[in-house]
Ligand binder design. Structure first.
Ligand SMILES: NC(=O)c1ccc[n+]([C@@H]2O[C@H](COP(=O)([O-])OP(=O)(O)OC[C@H]3O[C@@H](n4cnc5c(N)ncnc54)[C@H](O)[C@@H]3O)[C@@H](O)[C@H]2O)c1
Length: 336
């Protein structure tokens, strides 16, 4: 990371400390936000800092949580995050899932009473670096209408799968089940940008490219009822199973300060060599065969999920993070 980005990281950490997070929690949260900027997920980066600080100020994020970890077995753990900022709950959870899997072959960790934790892939990467396969689920506030309904209920509920790839670049499929993620719509709204066609409907059910109208309307799921089904699956895995909020009860972190979000997350990790001894070789072969396929005109390389983000991350590490005027103003206000 270059010096200017390090300075920015320190500034965000200091802002969190000013908002009563301890040093460790502030560092974890600041690192997650800067990582989002570096992978180009701007809707999950600095544009959310004010929201987290507002939620702490309004006492709907607990800056001094008493996080309780219960080991149900050597593989299975449950975490009550006591309404901590989501980054901290997720950081503890993935580390627990990794250590459980290292001990027994598989780790399963359920989190409740948490909040928005940013990018699932950020946590998946930690498990993949430890040579584990991982699946991670979290739900979010209503944004997507279930198939056949004309009211949002599901979040953009990302589906995340990660595996070692046999190379330095991890294979991480990490995708919202909506046509675009809500962070991108918020980012567009904040920066007066238009949305692509076909991602949202307004309040009256009409297609819209206006980000503000889309936020009040309905986001469209990927692939119709299939995307809606995936959203539902994630809602069950991260909400119903964990003891977290579900079925449209997760509060919108930007708009609803009437109480904590009580988001649930589920972290699954397991060793690559449970059923075969030569996983590394097999995954390399798998990726090689896909990459060798003839390509559509204009496509230089068939990429596996995560490859694009890793490349962007590596490139951006050397560059200075660009901050819009709005974010700059927010940072100045928050630090004083
Ligand atoms: N915490 C939450 O509530 C929440 C909700 C929604 C999304 N998110 C996060 O937002 C992030 C962004 O989600 P998104 O849906 O915008 O992701 P995206 O559309 O940018 O990417 C989705 C997946 O497709 C892969 N991909 C992209 N282009 C590719 C290409 N050309 N070839 C092969 N693979 C390619 C990416 O590597 C990624 O794994 C995710 O990290 C997700 O976890 C979080």
């Amino acid at each position: 990371m270059n010096i200017k980005n390090k300075k920015l990281l320190n500034l965000v950490r200091e802002i969190f400390i000013k908002h009563k997070l301890n040093y460790k929690h502030a560092k974890i949260s600041a690192s997650a936000l800067i990582n989002a900027e570096l992978v180009g997920a701007y809707g999950h980066g600095l544009s959310r800092l004010k929201m987290y600080c507002d939620r702490i100020k309004k006492k709907v994020i607990n800056p001094k949580p008493k996080i309780k970890i219960t080991n149900i077995s050597q593989s299975i753990s449950q975490i009550d995050a006591d309404n901590s900022i989501g980054f901290v709950a997720a950081d503890i959870a993935i580390k627990k899932a990794i250590s459980n899997a290292k001990k027994t072959g598989i780790g399963l960790v359920a989190v409740r009473n948490s909040g928005h934790y940013g990018l699932s892939g950020y946590y998946a990467e930690q498990a993949v670096k430890k040579n584990l396969v991982t699946m991670i689920y979290t739900n979010g506030p209503p944004a997507v209408a279930p198939h056949g309904a004309f009211k949002s209920l599901f979040g953009t509920n990302p589906v995340c799968f990660g595996t070692p790839s046999g190379s330095k670049t991890p294979f991480i499929f990490d995708s919202s089940i909506s046509m675009i993620n809500r962070g991108k719509i918020r980012f567009a709204s904040k920066n007066n940008q238009k949305l692509p066609v076909g991602v949202a409907l307004d309040n009256f059910g009409k297609p819209t490219t206006d980000a503000n109208k889309a936020l009040k309307g309905v986001q469209l799921p990927i692939a119709g009822f299939r995307g809606s089904g995936l959203a539902w699956m994630v809602d069950i895995l991260s909400g119903v199973i964990t003891g977290g909020n579900h079925a449209g009860r997760v509060k919108d972190p930007f708009e609803d300060f009437t109480g904590p979000q009580n988001i649930g997350h589920l972290f699954i990790t397991f060793k690559t060599n449970l059923f075969v001894k030569d996983y590394n070789q097999r995954i390399k072969d798998n990726i090689k065969r896909v990459k060798r396929l003839p390509k559509i005109k204009g496509i230089k390389e068939i990429m596996y999920p995560g490859q694009n983000k890793y490349k962007r991350y590596k490139m951006n590490l050397k560059k200075e993070i660009k901050i819009s005027k709005i974010i700059k103003k927010e940072l100045e206000t928050l630090k004083n």
